[in-house]
Design a protein around this ligand. Sequence first.
Ligand code: GRF
Length: 201
Amino acid sequence: MRIAVFCSGRGTNLQAIINAVKNKKLKKVKIALVVCDNPKAYALIRAKKARIKNIIVERGNFNSKSEFEKEIIRHLRKEKIELLVLAGFMQIVGPALLNNYKNRILNIHPALLPSFKGAHGFKDAFDYGVKVTGITVHFVDKDMDHGPIILQEAVLIKEKDTLESLEERIHKAEHKLYPKAIGLFVSRRLKIAARKVKIIT
Ligand code: GRF
């Protein structure tokens, strides 16, 4: 399956997906495109190093979200992309992408949804003082950090944790869970029924 990974920043999840494909932990997947909205993102360097086609589409260059997304869709069609994987993509997905790729957009969030939605999930959980947080991979729908949940994993917060040490464990967990969720999608083992995602064994 030809997939596109969407990034805005460091791209450590992109790297984990690249590695999983390379190590054959993630089979039948070709990362055919990296879509980035930030020309300074390190994710672009990772894409180039792995010789993956990459494009920069900046929201600021378009009058509306719809025009911005239409330009992205043009590239996705050209590359025959079947699955969109959001990995630290700092844009809220709008109707153009959602309607064209219904139930074909995944996101990873660094907290146990529906708790701590938004751009600072793991920091908000840490500051709140929860003892258990974690990560969530979910389908994207019209509401932020809301779509049907595919996989979740808990991460315990220890007394001696700092924001940095927690971030490290959250990322480590993400780098394993995201390739696993993509693998489930690609092998067509995910069935969505209303809010629930059934994993076919
Ligand atoms: C991850 O923590 C992910 O959960 C969130 O954004 C972060 C992206 O990190 N959506 P990276 O760019 O993959 O390193």
